[in-house]
Design a protein around this ligand. Structure first.
Ligand SMILES: Cc1cc2nc3c(=O)[nH]c(=O)nc-3n(C[C@H](O)[C@H](O)[C@H](O)COP(=O)(O)OP(=O)(O)OC[C@H]3O[C@@H](n4cnc5c(N)ncnc54)[C@H](O)[C@@H]3O)c2cc1C
Length: 501
């Protein structure tokens, strides 16, 4: 049996700082984690082609937390005196909510939203869970009972003080959709508790999908989207967190989209490969101190909603999507300007559609922040409705933005010689034949290679898939949106009109 060894890395807190450097983060990844790609087990993710540049990019973002330019925006000084990432601050006012929003937006701008899974996403949810102790204190199963709330607070403090990078996995693989629709999981594949011991629970099975999993310090394994509250689902009802380097935990990666090209040739995939992986648990022992919920499907179903974790995550997401949408507008305007089509009504109309989507995200974000309010735990939370609207709209908006970029780019997205063609015997030809009204050849090729990485490449297509699905199945999200929408007064207006006939 494999046992999770929970190692507390005191490196950064020993220096009096709760924010790590990039070098500290990279050093932490060099452990005996079991990561598989292309039939091989990776020995060091920080040196693995196809993965290392994403790790080094994230390391450079962690370094930015230390720079004078960003520190006041992306960090705060916690009550224990440590400077920590802003997402950990428990918000007590609208100003705190706005400060969180500014930090999320700044983090997202560093990659123009193309490194989707920056650590602030998970940090936001962890803050919400640990600040909702009365909710978790309802957990009664297992030794320790309502100590599970304390487990969460301890985990929050460990992650906050050591600036750990988390991933999460929420979804069991589906073997049969009819079975899934009836609220059941396959015992053959779904992650489940197979044994309880004095030390913890032993889990076996698989989960998908962990974005950034191979490059994270720890993984949160939280409740699947919907658990029918029945006896048979008790083994599937839990929330816990363990280090990635836990024996028995195996990650199988998808193909990389970083093919080792230069920043010029692949401006995004050479920098922002964040890697997704299916997670397999082979009889992993999760220590009780890392179990936050167990054996209570109804509690698990309420977890993200009642703690407001979903709202804080949606806040981080909306800020990121704003940065990403602004970038899409900038890219399209740059193409329109370069080609002289910034005077063309058709092109302007297409880009205006992207501008309107961007302003919709901005308006929803500002609405949510301006209407932030105190929650049942005495903390502040942005208004949920506008953020729910944003997270339901964006899976449709982003693929449309990509489609518009393809319409504007057309064959120019294929007319993309490589950087090397500017220094070989083709150099004179590419200098001559790739020029545009307002751009030299090299700049034109650079611009369209960027557009290609957004709208055509494997990296770009994975981005679109990510936007469609990472926050959950669109149908389920829309159904939940319908359920909580304040529709009764609207229906009553219709009924009142009909009653007056
Ligand atoms: C790039 C990427 C990154 C991701 N990162 C993470 C991550 O870090 N952590 C994590 O936990 N998850 C992650 N996810 C997984 C994500 O949560 C799931 O993709 C999402 O919840 C949908 O589940 P599924 O993929 O199993 O789709 P399925 O449930 O197989 O659904 C497939 C399609 O069928 C539709 N469908 C399903 N059931 C029904 C039904 N009963 N009636 C009608 N239509 C139905 C769905 O809406 C969807 O369009 C990621 C996904 C992607 C694509």
């Amino acid at each position: 049996m494999a046992t999770a060894k929970v190692v507390k890395d005191e490196a950064s807190s020993a220096t009096g700082s709760g924010i790590r450097t990039g070098a500290q983060y990279l050093a932490g990844l060099r452990d005996d984690r079991e990561i598989w790609t292309q039939g091989q087990r990776i020995t060091d993710v920080t040196a693995e082609p196809g993965m290392m540049r994403g790790a080094h990019t994230l390391a450079s973002f962690l370094d930015k937390q230390h720079s004078e330019e960003y520190q006041d925006t992306v960090t705060y000084v916690a009550e224990d005196g440590l400077r920590c990432a802003m997402a950990y601050q428990v918000p007590k006012s609208i100003e705190d909510i706005r400060a969180r929003g500014s930090a999320y937006y700044e983090w997202a701008k560093w990659s123009n939203g193309m490194f989707g899974r920056t650590p602030d996403y998970k940090n936001a949810s962890l803050m919400a869970f640990s600040a909702a102790t009365p909710f978790l204190a309802q957990g009664t199963k297992g030794p320790g009972g309502d100590a599970m709330a304390q487990n969460m607070v301890n985990f929050y403090n460990d992650v906050r003080r050591n600036d750990k990078v988390l991933t999460h996995t929420l979804v069991n693989p589906t073997v049969n959709h009819a079975m899934a629709a009836s609220g059941k999981f396959s015992e053959k594949v779904a992650l489940q508790v197979v044994e309880e011991t004095a030390d913890g629970i032993i889990v076996n099975g698989a989960r998908l999908l962990a974005t950034l999993g191979p490059l994270s310090d720890e993984i949160e394994v939280f409740p699947s989207t919907v658990l029918r509250a029945s006896e048979e689902n008790i083994p599937f009802a839990f929330a816990f967190a363990i280090p990635i380097a836990t024996p028995g935990l195996k990650l199988i990666c998808r193909d990389t989209y970083d093919h080792g090209k230069s920043n010029f040739d692949a401006p995004l995939s050479s920098r922002y490969e964040e890697m997704d992986a299916v997670v397999i648990f082979e009889n992993v022992l999760v220590p009780w101190e890392r179990v936050f919920m167990y054996g209570q499907p109804e509690l698990c179903n309420q977890a993200f909603g009642t703690t407001n974790a979903v709202v804080h995550m949606a806040h981080q997401v909306a800020c990121g999507k704003l940065a990403k949408s602004e970038f899409m507008v900038g890219l399209m305007c740059a193409i329109a300007k370069a080609t002289g089509r910034d005077k063309d009504m058709y092109t302007k109309g297409l880009i205006a559609e992207v501008m309107q989507m961007t302003e919709t995200v901005r308006a929803l974000l500002y609405s949510a922040e301006a209407q932030a309010h105190e929650d049942q735990y005495g903390n502040f939370v942005p208004l949920r409705g506008p953020l729910d609207t944003s997270r339901n709209l964006y899976p449709k908006m982003y693929p449309r933005m990509v489609e518009i970029l393809q319409l504007i780019g057309s064959s120019s997205l294929m007319a993309t010689p490589s950087e090397a063609d500017f220094s070989n015997e083709m150099a004179n030809d590419v200098e001559q034949y790739f020029q545009l009204t307002n751009l030299e050849s090299r700049d034109r090729v650079g611009l369209y290679r960027l557009a290609h990485d957004v709208a055509v490449s494997g990296f770009g297509n994975r981005q679109a898939l990510y936007e469609r699905f990472f926050f959950g199945p669109p149908g389920l999200m829309a159904s939940a949106y319908y359920d909580i929408y304040a529709k009764d007064p609207l229906t009553e207006r219709v009924e009142s009109l009909l009653a007056s006939n």
